[in-house]
Design a protein around this ligand. Structure first.
Ligand code: DP6
Length: 317
């Protein structure tokens, strides 16, 4: 009983930060993201009666705390099941603000689904992945994806396919270390203590509508403006959390300034940053080379990864 699934992380342009239900892990706000293609997690899942417990290896290293993974398998298969041996390989730094949980948990859910022959549809897969990690729901689809809150569940929709609008992403990695505080913990702290949290939640639908309309017109400059604005609002919530949460380092800020310079010179590019210090520069294909070169020249940038938009999970076996 083996399944191998490859999925890619997604990067939110209109962000998810905060939960309306922590037990079901339902997000407090709708969000819009792009699913990548060149960054990936490959999840190899084997169920066997020979195993005496579940085991998880990430890039060949055995993991000790696997309760999230165990709970995810139990909630799909029930507790009366064979144990699972899971080998996960990732071609980018994990737990460092590059959305590794989105690719990992979407891959896990699709792999188990395929092994158990459940034939769940997209929405069921998204709800299952989202119940483990909110952003993972969006990696169930490719291209530009919208996540809507519905009563007691979420719904994902593809707004544009990768071919409809072949955007590119240049990622400047400024620090590969694991983040000091997980997104889940940080979101809870923000909801409890940031004086601006409630207006963040209230205003999100305006940002979603605006982004949606720019996406439907493929208006890059419009999408750039609302995405950067929404990103900075999310980080303002983090910064005004007590104690404050600052995922950036000084190179992150240098990269932001470099992107501002590029914009002033007429390049079609904008930045977004998640729960980590890496900069993601979204651009049009013709601008990619210049942007990668400029970010790579910045002191403190450790490496550059580039990606296009991907088409969602691939079941390899
Ligand atoms: C900053 O999906 O990692 O990347 O649901 O607690 O696992 P959990 O959170 P997670 O949070 C992602 C937050 C973000 C913004 C986003 O992807 O929308």
């Amino acid at each position: 009983m083996q399944s191998i699934v490859r999925t890619s992380p997604n990067i939110a342009l209109i962000k998810y930060w905060g939960k309306r239900n922590t037990i079901k892990n339902l997000p407090a706000v709708d969000s819009i993201s792009i699913t990548l293609d060149n960054l990936w997690t490959e999840m190899n899942v084997i169920f066997s009666s020979d195993l005496s417990n579940d085991e998880l290896f990430i890039n060949e290293k055995k993991q000790n705390n696997i309760s999230r993974v165990k709970n995810c398998i139990d909630s799909i298969c029930g507790e009366q099941r064979d144990y699972a041996s899971i080998m996960s390989r990732c071609n980018f730094p994990i737990s460092a603000g590059l959305a590794s949980s989105s690719s990992s948990f979407s891959a896990l859910v699709v792999a188990i689904n395929s092994l158990m022959k459940k034939k769940w549809n997209t929405q069921l897969l998204a709800n299952q992945a989202g119940s483990v990690s909110g952003s993972a729901a969006r990696s169930i689809l490719g291209g530009i994806v919208k996540l809507n809150n519905e009563p007691e569940k979420i719904r994902i929709t593809q707004l544009l396919s990768p071919n409809d609008w072949p955007l590119r992403v240049v990622i400047a990695i400024t620090d590969k270390k694991e983040k000091a505080i997980s997104s889940s913990k940080a979101m809870k702290l923000s909801a409890d203590t940031s004086p601006f949290y409630s207006s963040w939640v209230e205003d999100q639908n305006d940002d979603i509508k605006e982004a949606n309309s720019f996406i439907s017109k493929k208006d890059f400059e419009g999408l750039a403006s609302i995405s950067e604005h929404n990103c900075m609002k999310m980080h303002s919530i983090m910064w005004t959390t007590r104690p404050s949460i600052v995922y950036w380092n000084s190179t992150t800020i240098d990269c932001m300034h470099a992107i501002r310079d590029l914009q002033r010179n007429g390049e079609s590019v904008f930045f977004t940053i998640d729960a980590g210090p890496q900069i993601k520069a979204i651009c049009l294909p013709e601008n990619e080379e210049k942007i990668a070169k400029k970010l790579n020249e910045i002191k403190g940038v450790q490496s550059i990864m580039t990606s296009g938009l991907g088409s969602g999970p691939i079941i390899e076996k």
